[in-house]
Design a protein around this ligand. Sequence first.
Ligand SMILES: [Zn+2]
Ligand SMILES: [Zn+2]
Ligand SMILES: [Zn+2]
Length: 171
Amino acid sequence: MSENKIKFEVEKEVFLEHIKAAGLRRTEQRDLILETFLSTEEHLTSEDLYVLVHRIDPTVGLTTVYRTLKLLTEAGLAREVRFGDNKTYYEHHYNHEHHDHMICTECGKVIEFFSPEIEALQDQMAENFGFKATHHSLRLWGFCDECQKTSRETHTASGAQPRVRVKTAIH
Ligand SMILES: [Zn+2]
Ligand SMILES: [Zn+2]
Ligand SMILES: [Zn+2]
């Protein structure tokens, strides 16, 4: 944990600056939420993070976790991502390179990828339409390597949107 505290020093500084600018106070609970968030590489919903934080400090409420995640997002430390199951997930944003996602609709595994060629093509496509893109999120849904071996659903190609059941390791 002491190692983590050193590791997250910069992020904590960024958070503190944001909190001060927002006219809020630094609290132990907010610090704990930030540390817990930075300690996992998962894509988390506020409920997922709440479960993790609650294990360390049961007095922290879900609303506090939710609001703190919003603050982390405003501060540029967290980023919201959506995987098509109507939930909002959060991932690290500060000092994290841009990437896109592949989502397994069977087991919920999320794969991060980055392709300079795809990025360049997207920019080119936007330019072709005179479109000024500010950000993008490319998501591929389907079946991960593992699930292709075990699932029978992989060969059904219907026009319907896939049912997405994203599962994180936190339960
Ligand atoms: Zn991209
Ligand atoms: Zn899978
Ligand atoms: Zn990601």
